[in-house]
Ligand binder design. Structure first.
Ligand code: AMP
Ligand code: MG
Length: 352
């Protein structure tokens, strides 16, 4: 059991807390683990080039060893030692979106240990757009492998206390830099010759990528489950982002959604099941006789993305057994929101 250090660092001017940053960098130089804020979610950092350090990430998170880590750098030139080559399309994306929430997958060089790449011959790289993260990477002088700083299967952490609650005693330090700007993980793209494939949707949308490069496609696995699914569990291997309670996504015409969820909540009440609805600003008043959590306005999907994981964790704090959530439009960042939500719900989508 480690004695996890918890320290606040000024997110506007991290140099005001240089002592804490140096402490964190020292831990990382000694192959320890430090959680730090990024603009997407909190990351659990280790020296990406040291197998011994990276192994600890998988253990602390309980992450399957074949799920590769994203390598975080602070300067575009720092990608060159990590990869075989940087194709023109990757350069265009780096110029346009870095620092930012776009992770680029390329063929790896030999300095990336197989543990970092989950056994693959490719590596995922990005530059985070967060002053604390950038200062920390620079202070270390090596790239940081940093998956989301949560216990595997739980919702990703968007504030430092989420990290602390999950990983206290398992990691060396948590840097508290306030809440993350986006609250949803980066967009992951694989760049292969002329083709760019979105493997994970995020706040950098397909439309934004289409504006700067050709041949962007969305991997089929993201769209595959977008069918009239009726509660057939595809198996534990898809479990991700999930609170302790069971989530049901209700999809369809908004009036039908509201009446379906209200009926479910009424039934649950009769049966003494602790349930809740996660509703939008536009619909929340329809559920006034039930327990509700608000996730924001449907007109502001960025805010819904930012609130999503926090709201799912709130359900755990309230010991909720059943969670009903209204579906959102799968457009722009809505694609990322629905992707996380479907995984959190283990694909339990009810069409009404
Ligand atoms: P996390 O950092 O926990 O948000 O997860 C990183 C995501 O990037 C996971 O979905 C990984 O499967 C994906 N990823 C990282 N590296 C690669 C890679 N080399 N090839 C494919 N996917 C990757
Ligand atoms: Mg994760």
């Amino acid at each position: 059991m480690l004695d996890t250090i918890f320290e606040k660092v000024d997110n506007l001017n991290p140099n005001n807390d240089i002592v804490a940053l140096k402490k964190a960098a020292n831990i990382l130089k000694n192959n320890g683990l430090v959680a730090f804020p990024t603009e997407t979610v909190y990351g659990l950092g280790a020296n990406a080039l040291e197998e011994e350090a990276v192994k600890k990430i998988y253990i602390a998170k309980g992450r399957p060893s074949d799920n590769p880590l994203i390598v975080h750098i602070a300067d575009k030139k720092d990608i060159y030692p990590l990869v075989d080559s940087v194709p023109k399309n990757a350069l265009i994306l780096m110029e346009k979106f870095w620092p930012g929430a776009l992770t680029i997958i390329l063929k790896k060089s030999s300095i990336i240990p197989k543990t970092t790449s989950g056994g693959l011959d490719t590596v995922a790289v990005r530059i985070p757009n967060n002053k604390i993260a950038l200062s920390l990477i620079k202070e270390c002088g090596f790239p940081l492998a940093a998956p989301s700083a949560n216990t595997s299967t739980k919702p990703s952490p968007t504030i430092a206390s989420h990290v602390y609650n999950d990983l206290k005693g398992k990691i060396d330090m948590v840097i508290d830099g306030g809440s993350c700007d986006f609250g949803i993980e980066s967009t992951v793209v694989e760049v292969c010759e002329n083709n760019i494939t979105i493997l994970r949707p995020g706040s950098i949308t397909k439309e934004m990528l289409d504006n700067v490069v050709d041949n962007v496609t969305i991997d089929k696995s993201i769209l595959n489950y977008n069918t009239n699914i009726l509660a057939k569990s595809p198996g534990m291997k898809y479990k991700h982002y999930a609170p302790l309670g069971d989530i049901f996504i209700i999809d369809g015409n908004i009036d039908n959604i509201v009446s379906y969820i209200s009926n479910c909540l009424e039934n649950d009440k009769k049966n003494n099941i602790k349930s809740i609805v996660i509703a939008s600003d536009e619909t929340i008043n329809n559920y006034s006789s039930f327990d509700t959590l608000s996730i924001g306005s449907r007109k502001n999907l960025e805010l819904i993305a930012k609130n999503l994981f926090k709201t799912l964790r709130e359900c755990d704090n309230l010991n909720i057994n059943k969670i009903y959530i209204e579906s959102f439009l799968e457009e722009g960042i809505g694609l990322a929101v629905m992707n996380r939500l479907k995984k959190a719900a283990n694909y339990k989508i009810i069409r009404v």
